[in-house]
Design a binder for this molecule. Structure first.
Ligand code: KG4
Ligand code: ZN
Length: 348
């Protein structure tokens, strides 16, 4: 079964060709970072215009790299939410039109399910069904959630953020430090030479459950707005940090440590009831997070499935992968759908 995947939920235009469940024949990604960085964040109008311009080119390249023509494709899988409405619309409308034109089945995919299962795209990953139930940590620019995956298609949110996502905490922190956008990669790099214990930022705690999270699970909730304010105060009280390489590296390493520690401590706690943790989303590229989680996994005796770096940030291979597992909205139901910008992670 050959799946053509399309992903345009935010600021990456991506098309992939997947054979079966995990043989990624191509995974072309055009990232719009350079277009948005002067504005310090994603500008929806610029994003949708760029998707419209680049999607045909990215699609042509993905088919060419895979050595395939339309006659070889068996189905089209595309993201219909969550994400920016105007961005989602470009990829999902194109997928609908192509499905009708090429007489192919359409699968509408929840972007977050792409991140949940992205670790299973690796050649040496176990089968999803054999791994269930497992815990997934999805950490990106828009989401921070701990999800119980009972089986493919049944998800329960155990913890999520009450304000900013972990990726936003990186992006906003980098903005305050004058280090540009997106913040994750630059803080990861600058923090490597710093002392993570140099500044003690407050521990992240949430006192009340929110959203679909049950009472008693506050301990697994996340919150990053207070951390960002603590960084702002620290910079106001300690002028000149940006001009001193070592002090800057120390602050960055400490700020990053507070985010990483909040993620790792909750995972370690939740993993008392699981044997496998799957890690996905753009923030899972973070080297400190990967190292600390690996350490926690070996101490706790659980299996850690880390998504390969090429499938961490938004990409279409993970969207095709969800269809490869037999998941997503299929048939006429998919053609009748509209994009859903706030599609929840536990919708099936
Ligand atoms: O998954 P993704 O590409 O898009 C969303 O679905 O949001 O994640 C983007 C986020 C950004 O906030 C970016 O700063 C963060 O992932 N990110 C990182 C790293 N690389 C990207 N955060 C921490 N460390 C990194 N190395
Ligand atoms: Zn994403």
């Amino acid at each position: 079964m050959i799946t053509l995947g399309i992903e345009t939920s935010c600021d990456e235009t991506s098309v992939a060709v997947l054979r079966g469940r995990r043989e990624v024949l191509s995974n072309e990604i055009f990232t719009q970072q350079d277009l948005h960085s002067p504005y310090g964040g994603v500008v929806p109008e610029i994003a949708s215009r760029s998707h419209l311009e680049k999607l045909p080119i990215v699609m042509r390249d993905a088919l060419q790299k895979a050595g395939m023509g339309w006659g070889d494709i068996d189905r089209i899988a595309a993201t219909y939410g969550p994400g920016l409405a105007s961005s989602l619309m470009i990829g999902f409308s194109a997928a609908k039109g192509l499905a009708v034109r090429q007489d192919l089945p359409l699968v509408a995919v929840n972007h977050l399910h792409g991140h949940i299962f992205s670790a299973f795209l690796s050649e040496d990953a176990p089968e999803v069904e054999e791994t269930c139930p497992f815990l997934a940590l999805v950490v990106s620019g828009g989401h921070t959630c701990l999800v119980h995956v009972e089986r493919p298609g049944e998800y329960h949110v155990l913890g999520q953020t009450v304000d900013d996502a972990a990726g936003e905490a990186f992006d906003k922190g980098a903005h305050l430090l004058g280090l540009g956008y997106p913040g994750g990669p630059v803080l990861d790099r600058v923090g490597r030479t710093g002392n993570p214990a140099a500044v003690s930022f407050p521990k992240i705690r949430v006192k009340k459950p929110r959203g679909s999270v049950a009472a008693g699970q506050e301990a697994l909730m996340f919150s990053y707005s207070g951390l960002k304010t603590a960084l702002l105060y620290h910079l106001q009280q300690n002028p000149g940090i940006a001009d001193d390489e070592q002090r800057l590296a120390d602050v960055v390493a400490s700020y990053q440590e507070a985010i990483v520690d909040s993620l790792v401590s909750r995972c370690a706690q939740a993993m008392e009831s699981y044997s496998t943790l799957a890690l996905g989303g753009g923030v899972s590229l973070n080297s400190r997070l990967r190292a600390k989680l690996a350490e926690a996994a070996s101490q706790g005796g659980w299996q850690l499935l880390m998504t390969e770096p090429r499938f961490c940030a938004d990409n279409a291979a993970m969207i095709a992968g969800v269809a490869g597992l037999g998941l997503g909205v299929q048939g006429d139901g998919a053609l009748a759908l509209d994009v859903v910008p706030s599609l929840p992670i536990d919708s099936v």
